[in-house]
Design a protein around this ligand. Structure first.
Ligand SMILES: CCCCC/C=C\C/C=C\C/C=C\C/C=C\CCCC(=O)SCCNC(=O)CCNC(=O)[C@H](O)C(C)(C)COP(=O)(O)OP(=O)(O)OC[C@H]1O[C@@H](n2cnc3c(N)ncnc32)[C@H](O)[C@@H]1OP(=O)(O)O
Length: 186
């Protein structure tokens, strides 16, 4: 399925409730293995870009992220890109999930390096959010190690209530009744 935004798609507008340029974005979920502060997380950290719409993210590549000897696993790079692109859309619109993520791996990434990612929303069409980003080696204008394009689809809170594990949702403050109602709704 294509994820090319239509040529006449509306340009994204910054959500006035989003943090200002330069400010650190908060993790969308503390348990996230991309940006949460939990064991096994890549600990991707993000800041709002100067234009107030794009997002800059940092990913420190460690031994535990290896795929080949001394080199970053491609799936880990995809996780970092998914998280960075997901953080970019939160500057513009409500909750959404990744429907499609396309990644090009352009350069091997050595363990011990830092990747700087830049992501932005390209277009919004109904529930569809078209996002793209690049991962640069060592600095923001460093060599491009990978690029990604993604389609996110807006979902309501019922998506998480319906499909998530009750114990995790309860820990976030959702009641058993609300979770049960979302699960039994058609
Ligand atoms: C109280 C609890 C709350 C807790 C919430 C906490 C946190 C979460 C909140 C926000 C998240 C914030 C930031 C995100 C940050 C990091 C990124 C991580 C993101 C992820 O890691 S997220 C996990 C992986 N992700 C999934 O787990 C999705 C599984 N999946 C589905 O849940 C469904 O698949 C869904 C919902 C995606 C769509 O289902 P659906 O039924 O709503 O929509 P439908 O299928 O009808 O598609 C509608 C139109 O999109 C087109 N379309 C669909 N899929 C396409 C594709 N792949 N390629 C091209 N076009 C596609 C169709 O062709 C149609 O197009 P058209 O309208 O033109 O016909």
């Amino acid at each position: 399925m294509s994820i090319e935004p239509p040529a006449d798609a509306a340009a994204p507008q910054r959500n006035p409730k989003a943090p200002p340029p330069g400010e650190r974005t908060t993790s969308h979920y503390e348990g996230c293995r991309g940006c949460g502060d939990v064991p096994g997380s890549l600990r991707v950290r993000s800041w709002v870009g100067d234009d107030g719409v794009s997002v800059i993210s940092r990913f420190d590549v460690l031994e535990e992220h290896q795929g080949a000897p001394g080199l970053l696993h491609g799936g880990m790079l995809m996780t970092a890109l998914d998280d960075a692109l997901g953080t970019a859309y939160t500057q513009v619109t409500r909750s959404a999930v990744t429907a499609r993520l396309e990644t090009d791996f352009r350069r091997p990434v050595p363990v011990g390096s830092t990747l700087w990612l830049r992501s932005r929303v390209d277009a919004l069409v109904g529930r569809k959010i078209y996002v793209s980003g690049e991962a640069h080696l060592g600095e923001l204008d460093g060599e491009v190690a990978g690029t990604a394009r993604a389609l996110f689809l807006e979902v309501g809170v019922e998506h998480f209530l319906r499909h998530g594990r009750p114990e995790d949702l309860e820990a976030l403050g959702a009641s058993r009744e609300v979770i049960e109602a979302a699960r039994t709704a058609r």
